[in-house]
Design a protein around this ligand. Structure first.
Ligand SMILES: [Fe+2]
Ligand SMILES: [Fe+2]
Length: 157
């Protein structure tokens, strides 16, 4: 098993690209699985999220060359990666509540990863990219959780 706390920046960017790919696939499959079952707004959200994750992957790929020399392992970034790796696996055709929670947890982890990358001062203009990615992933988490909250209200004590 990979020790992410000693990963290079290249490894981490490759990991982030893979995360975006996997999230695109997950949301696409979940949208298909929920078609005709869940509320149309939820299916629409899943489709939008799929497209946005694909866009994130393109952004990272486009910026990838600029990172080639900045080979800086940082424990905090590695720890963020590890937290995502350790998330429980939920399949896209699982029950909707489970899908929403699993996706929100992954969004939270991804936002934390980008926040730790953003904090690396030697990134220059790339900081802007990460500021934007953090905001978008946090927005994804909020939208997923607000659907979860309206569909499964917490029981009153
Ligand atoms: Fe993303
Ligand atoms: Fe996201």
């Amino acid at each position: 098993m990979k020790d992410w706390t000693h990963a290079t920046l290249d490894d981490i960017i490759d990991f982030a690209i893979r995360i975006e790919e996997e999230s695109f696939a997950f949301y696409s499959e979940a949208a298909l699985a929920q078609q005709g079952k869940a509320l149309p707004e939820i299916v629409k959200l899943l489709k939008i999220l799929a497209l946005e994750e694909r866009n994130h992957k393109d952004i990272l790929l486009k910026k990838k060359e600029g990172w080639r020399l900045a080979d800086v392992p940082r424990a905090e970034v590695g720890a963020s990666v590890q937290r995502i790796v350790d998330l429980p696996v939920v399949h896209a055709d699982a029950e909707l509540g489970e899908v929403l929670l699993a996706a929100a947890a992954r969004e939270k982890g991804t936002a934390a990863l980008y926040r730790s990358l953003m904090a690396l001062s030697d990134f220059g203009d790339l900081q802007e990219v990460f500021v934007d990615l953090v905001a978008q992933e946090e927005g994804h988490e909020r939208r997923l959780m607000s659907f979860h909250k309206s569909l499964y209200p917490a029981p009153q004590e």
